[in-house]
Design a protein around this ligand. Structure first.
Ligand code: TYM
Length: 342
């Protein structure tokens, strides 16, 4: 229940993902979700599905609704425990948009212009047609984080710049208006920080992949997963060893294999010594299927009972609103807004 959520003895954490596709991919899973599930016991964990962020680029309303529930189902299927953690949808907590406005007003235009994600994404459509929402995206992300006073924000490497901005904004607000926000740390694990595309192994695995074969999804059927690993790009050397610069494709496969099975990369190099890439790909595909298939099956079960899924999200929203409203009230008071009389 709301009043009982969160222990004063534990630090808070917050993290989130966009519901911008029908499936999360292996990068989201290994780079973020696996760590999230491990951190649930030691932190008061808040996990958010950021639907407000998903409308910074054109979206289809029906797809957004479906993808929001599909993302929630995959979080739970991958191990997020809704008894231990607050799992919620960003638009169910109005304070995210409210704090974002406040933070917009203490962010410099030049500072926001240096965010690389806007540069990358707006290059695709041209800066004139990119939305202002896409431009201020990182400031909304800072609001997501700061409302929950987290010590840690577990993310992949691609989010580092956004967490740095969040820290800057928190410190700036604290300096100008008095101690209000915890200044959070990015929690980025070296081995899982970046999972690469199977077709373009210099690029991170991403839902906007140029070629769908490069992207392994948690909701992919087994035969598709196998096919994607079998067609992964390698090199002509035919030697199984880890060398990120000279052998990005093989190194990515070894890295994924190690994360899925818990075997170290050097053990895998020894085990596959003298064997061809075919053997590595076949065993890796099997390992991936044995991790992903139960998650996919559980996600489908959860999606079959939409009322129950929505009920779990409502509990999460209650827990999130309780803390977010407290933080926002403090911010408003510090800024000099007068309280509305009841
Ligand atoms: P998103 O939805 O792109 O990704 C969700 C999480 O998955 C990680 N990730 C990866 N990790 C390793 N290798 C990859 N190839 C890979 N691809 C994705 C991301 O680092 C992230 O941790 N802006 C965020 C969403 C967000 C957020 C927040 C995150 C909004 N508010 C507050 C943390 C806290 C994003 O687009 O993530």
């Amino acid at each position: 229940m709301t009043q009982n959520f969160g222990s004063a003895n534990k630090p808070n954490l917050l993290s989130g993902m966009q519901p911008s596709a029908g499936s999360l991919h292996l990068g989201n899973y290994l780079g973020a979700l696996v760590n999230w599930t491990k951190m649930q016991d030691d932190f008061n964990a808040y996990y958010v599905i950021v639907d407000l962020h998903a409308i910074t680029v054109p979206q289809d309303p029906k797809e957004l609704r479906d993808n929001t529930r599909r993302t929630a189902a995959q979080y739970i299927a991958a191990g997020i425990d809704t008894d231990k953690s607050a799992l919620f949808v960003q638009s169910h907590v109005p304070a995210h948009a409210q704090l974002a406005w406040v933070l917009n007003c203490i962010t410099g235009f030049g500072e926001a212009s240096r965010m690389t994600q806007f540069k990358d994404k707006s290059q695709k459509t041209g800066a004139d047609t990119a939305s202002v929402g896409l431009f201020t995206y990182p400031i909304l992300q800072a609001a997501d984080i700061l409302l929950y006073q987290p010590k840690a924000v577990p993310v992949g490497e691609d989010q580092r710049q956004h967490i740095e901005l969040t820290r800057d904004l928190a410190s700036r607000f604290n300096t100008r208006f008095g101690q209000t926000f915890e200044v959070p740390e990015a929690h980025i694990l070296k081995e899982t920080a970046k999972i690469y595309d199977l077709q373009y192994p210099q690029a991170k695995m991403s839902k906007s992949a140029a070629d769908p074969k490069g992207l392994v999804n948690l909701m992919d059927e087994d035969s598709i997963i196998v096919k994607k690993f079998k067609s992964a790009v390698t090199d002509t050397e035919a030697q199984i060893r880890f060398d990120r610069d000279a052998k990005p494709g093989v190194s990515n496969l070894l890295g994924i294999f190690s994360l899925l099975t818990g075997e170290s990369v050097s053990v895998l190099e020894d085990r596959f010594a003298g064997q061809g890439y075919g053997a590595l790909k076949t065993e890796l595909a099997d390992a991936a299927v044995s991790v992903i298939a139960p998650i996919r099956a559980r996600a489908h079960e959860l999606l079959a009972d939409q009322a129950e899924l929505d009920r779990l999200l409502a509990i999460g929203a209650d827990r999130a609103n309780a803390l977010a409203e407290t933080t926002l009230a403090k911010v408003y008071e510090r800024l000099g807004f007068i309280a509305a009389t009841k």
